[in-house]
Design a protein around this ligand. Structure first.
Ligand SMILES: *Cc1c(COP(=O)(O)O)cnc(C)c1O
Length: 371
């Protein structure tokens, strides 16, 4: 059976009507994993369509004197971020389950673009829910999704961002579960989604481990990744969980679900969530739309509690400074999300640090120039 609980976290906090669909998903996923042709098709598309394996690149001029910082370049994937690893795997799963209609939520628009991309590739109908405020902040991604043939539906309530978009996507799925596959964008949501997304992103960590040994003949001392919902981080960490390697997740200071959250239920699972004293979900605030979420994947909450991983924060200003430093020293524009990880990597006192560069910064130019 797929893992459904991570310590006290995870589970399925959903309406009764969704349980058969989650059971079907769990069965379909187990069958897919046991079928060599699934893995073969995924690997082949990963190589020829996405551009895997992504390189490791040592940022020699970015790193402070006497230390080495190595980047795992997920920004070089087709569509510019790690999101495509997950979208591609889940679209193959949806096809196996015979679903012809896909719904998804998106924050920055990166998951929406990845989903619209694979729907175009497989000829499936695609509906993406996006907060109206995010549509304004990330307009080019709205246009991208439309050019790829997706329908983008504006969500006009609450903070008009990712939290509400996710609620709307789940509402759609509840009403259309017979024909529709819900393609979730991070390692959150009811079981088995966190386990599915983790496995599809674990390609990052498996490659990185092999590449570290190949190039440096050793593992890094520390692995650092930014944490929104937590999928790029869990994917990178997955390659090093059993090793003597420190794992550090970096949250946005205004969206620190692990640093400042409490046990609560959000979007179908129990995790560490930003809530007030009455248990109401608080609004998150970050310059990077991809980290602007009050919840986090349940496995991260368990890794925090066990002490296997530690979680720290970076402010908007620190992320912006790291963005400019990487641009000016290495000629790489990072997305603002991994700029948080880059900021903390600069002050980690270790010889060899591996950082997950989860995406490229082209989508963030307007936000950066405004500051
Ligand atoms: C969406 C996104 C994130 C945050 O999502 P995780 O699930 O935490 O990985 C981080 N970086 C980039 C580039 C993104 O697009």
């Amino acid at each position: 059976m797929t893992t459904s609980m991570y310590g006290a976290y995870g589970g399925r906090y959903v309406p009764e009507t969704l349980i058969p669909a989650l059971d079907e998903l769990e069965r379909g996923w187990a069958e897919a994993l046991a079928d060599p042709s699934f893995r073969e098709e995924l690997d082949q598309l990963g190589e020829r369509y996405v551009g895997r394996p992504t390189p490791l690149y040592e940022a020699e001029r970015f790193a402070p004197d006497g230390r080495r910082i190595v980047l795992k370049r997920e920004d070089l994937n087709h569509t510019g971020a790690h999101k495509i690893n997950n979208a591609l795997g889940q679209i193959l799963l949806a096809s196996r389950l015979g679903k012809r209609r896909i719904v998804a939520e998106t924050g920055a628009g990166q998951h929406g673009v990845a989903t619209a991309t694979v729907c175009a590739r497989f000829g499936l109908e695609c509906v993406v829910y996006m907060g109206a405020e995010d549509m304004r902040r990330q307009h080019p991604n709205v246009e991208r999704m439309r050019l790829l043939g997706a329908e983008v539906r504006a969500v006009e309530f609450g903070t008009r961002t990712l939290k509400e978009a996710t609620s709307e996507a789940i509402r759609d799925w509840i009403a259309s579960v017979e024909t529709t596959y819900y393609l979730i964008g991070s390692c959150v949501g009811p079981a088995p989604y966190p386990a599915i997304v983790r496995e599809l992103q674990a390609v990052i960590g498996r490659e990185a481990r092999r590449q570290m040994l190949g190039t440096y003949d050793r593992l890094p001392d520390v692995v650092v990744a930014c944490v929104g919902g937590g999928s790029n981080a869990i994917g990178l960490f997955a390659g090093f969980l059993d090793d003597d390697v420190r794992l550090v997740g970096v949250e946005a200071a205004g969206a620190a679900s692990l640093g400042s959250g409490r046990g609560a239920v959000l979007h179908g699972a129990r995790s560490s969530v930003l809530v007030d004293d009455d248990g109401q979900i608080l609004d998150a605030h970050s310059i990077s739309a991809g980290l602007d979420y009050p919840g986090v994947g349940p496995e991260h909450a368990a890794l925090r509690d066990s002490g296997r991983a530690t979680y720290v924060t970076a402010t908007d200003e620190e992320a912006l400074a790291a963005f400019h430093r990487l641009a000016e020293t290495e000629g790489i524009l990072p997305a603002l999300e991994p700029a948080h990880a880059l900021a903390r990597a600069l002050d980690i006192d270790a010889e060899l640090v591996l950082v997950g560069l989860s995406g490229r910064g082209d989508k963030d130019l307007a936000e950066v120039l405004e500051h």
